[in-house]
Design a binder for this molecule. Structure first.
Ligand code: SF4
Length: 416
């Protein structure tokens, strides 16, 4: 078993595999960047979301150990009480979300045992896939091995980014580690990979044959991992840049953003030179620009945030200076201010305080728990239609049928 908070990080981590498989030099470049930060005495700030996820994994491990009979009920109760007392992120929401996950796991365990009575159930297993990825290892949350089938289940506690099991390289690498360890005894033919993301109400499963998994590992992973390990290959910007540590200063990403902007705004030669170019962009030209505008916007934001950070640490940029931003006045001594206002301001206490405001729905739900919240507030919560947004056609949401009615609904909402 590996400690949740001690999950070590390899250069070519499974969680970063989508990135280093697409952009092989990124892993080494990130490593160099981190070394430079370390040399300057700058530590990467700990993420509260990572800590919250770690605690959710710890809690689910206690529950699964109890359900699987690894520990007695009395031992589990002691561990749960200790956990509740010590862990800052424990609350009704964590309890409920972990229950969704552990219920799913136990369902799968029972199904596996029905088919293979001595099915193997492993929790928090270190998985070694170094046969394909130098020093490659990871930790699988749940591993179920029955005759011919390997199942891997992973808990994703975050809710900021939806993670799907479909062709997910992290899950496939874990599956490789698991299959290597258990293939001999169970003759694994099929691999089922499931990601449970309870806070987004999402459970997704991707299935593939062991043969295809090995083919992917040998044909794609191995050569790319070798390149990534030595820092070879081309920098390839894309959606995977999102969590790259050098995304703000990456030259390839900057080049692509600037090139794309230039290309999209330049005349592509399709306009007839004899016809005067219209002063305004056509819907077709706007559509072309819309395709790339999000990426350019993200890059601009990253650049601005990084440059500000560096400027605050002493870097100067020619033509730029640091100034104080806009700020709001603040009362430093509230009781004294209230006293003076009441005595000399000609107002009453009612005039001084804003009316009490209900917490946000998200916060209330967190305090009460999702299930209870839905039960007790049934009928007093509505979800009005969202403000229309323009997205690419592959978006899963259904298209609004009538643009006219969407516009008038939205206008009515604004008037309400
Ligand atoms: S920002 Fe993108 S292109 Fe640049 S190294 Fe990272 S993953 Fe590669």
């Amino acid at each position: 078993m590996t400690g949740h908070s001690e999950r070590a990080h390899a250069l070519l981590s499974a969680s970063g595999s989508k990135r280093w498989l697409a952009c092989t030099p990124s892993a080494r470049a990130e490593g160099i960047f981190m070394q430079e930060l370390e040399a300057q005495g700058i530590k990467e700030p700990e993420s509260p979301f990572a800590e919250e996820g770690t605690q959710a994994h710890e809690y689910s491990e206690i529950i699964l150990d109890r359900e699987l009979g690894v520990i007695t009920k009395a031992q589990a109760t002691r561990r749960i009480n200790k956990f509740k007392k010590e862990k800052q992120y424990y609350g009704p929401e964590m309890e409920e979300m972990v229950e969704v996950y552990t219920d799913f796991v136990m369902e799968r365990v029972n199904a596996a045992r029905l088919e293979t009575p001595d099915a193997l159930v492993l929790i928090e297993q270190r998985l070694d896939f170094s046969q394909w990825v130098p020093n490659g290892f990871g930790t699988g949350d749940v591993l179920l091995v029955r005759d011919g089938v390997l199942e891997i289940i992973d808990l994703k506690y975050g809710k900021g980014v939806a993670v799907d099991a479909y062709e997910n390289p992290q899950m496939k690498l874990y599956a490789l580690g698991a299959i290597t360890a258990h293939d001999v005894l169970y003759d694994i033919q099929e691999v089922h990979m499931t990601i449970v993301q309870p806070r987004l109400d999402s459970i997704s499963t991707f299935e593939m044959s062991a043969e295809d998994l090995y083919k992917w590992a040998n044909d794609e992973v191995k050569p790319k991992a070798e390149m990534a390990d030595t820092g070879d290959g081309d920098y390839v910007p894309g959606e995977h840049c999102r969590f790259c540590k050098i995304k703000s200063t990456c030259r390839a990403r900057a080049d692509e953003a600037l090139e794309t902007a230039k290309a999209e705004f330049a005349d592509d030669g399709t306009i007839d030179v004899n016809t005067p170019e219209p002063a305004t962009l056509t819907p077709e030209e706007l559509a072309e620009i819309l395709f790339v505008v999000d990426d350019i916007e993200k890059w601009c934001k990253d650049i601005k945030a990084y440059a500000l950070d560096q400027a605050l640490s002493g870097t100067t940029y020619e033509g730029f200076k640091l100034v104080e931003g806009r700020s709001n006045r603040a009362i430093t001594n509230e009781p004294e201010a209230v006293k003076r206002l009441l005595e000399k301001g000609g107002v009453t206490e009612d005039d001084l305080y804003a009316p009490r405001k209900l917490e946000s729905i998200t916060n209330l739900e967190k305090k009460v728990g999702k299930k209870v919240f839905a039960e007790i507030l049934d009928g007093v919560i509505v979800k009005p239609p969202g403000k229309p947004v323009l997205v690419t056609e592959d978006d899963k949401r259904p298209a609004i049928q009538s643009a006219e009615s969407a516009a008038s609904d939205f206008a009515e909402d604004l008037l309400d």
